[in-house]
Design a protein around this ligand. Structure first.
Ligand code: SF4
Length: 124
């Protein structure tokens, strides 16, 4: 089976034609460099993604949510489960950029971390 994918590792965006047999990449055409071959292999055989989301925050100044992201990429087939974990959380201000909100989520060796500061609203 052949599949076309676009390498997203640099702005050139090579269109790769990937030949796949039994879930494994057997050839890659169209890449201008070796990184494209590795990209195709990773994307077909072990696709991963970094994910971002936001979590409600009580008692925050100016903001009612904090943005969060994974500390590194997770397997694509775990995205739904990780998002479900994130959805169940509510936080309380203050929160500091880089705070670990979920340590080692789903035992994937990846943390969910805050990507902004949320000050506590002292009037609340
Ligand atoms: S194959 Fe190489 S040159 Fe082409 S988009 Fe990927 S990184 Fe860029």
């Amino acid at each position: 089976m052949k599949k076309k994918i676009v390498c997203t590792l640099c702005p050139i965006g090579c269109e790769l034609e990937v030949e796949i047999q039994e879930g494994k990449v057997v050839s890659v055409e169209g890449s201008l460099c070796e990184r494209g071959v590795k990209y195709a292999k990773d994307e077909i055989e072990n696709p991963t993604r970094c994910i971002s989301s936001s979590i409600p925050v009580r008692g925050g100044k100016r903001y009612e949510t904090v943005s969060v992201k994974t500390s590194s990429a997770i397997p694509k087939d775990k995205i739904f489960d990780v998002m479900n974990k994130i959805k169940k959380i509510q936080l309380k201000a203050p929160i500091k950029l880089g705070d670990i909100i979920i340590k080692n989520v789903l035992n994937l060796n990846v943390d969910i971390a805050a990507t902004r500061n949320i000050e506590k609203d002292k009037s609340k």
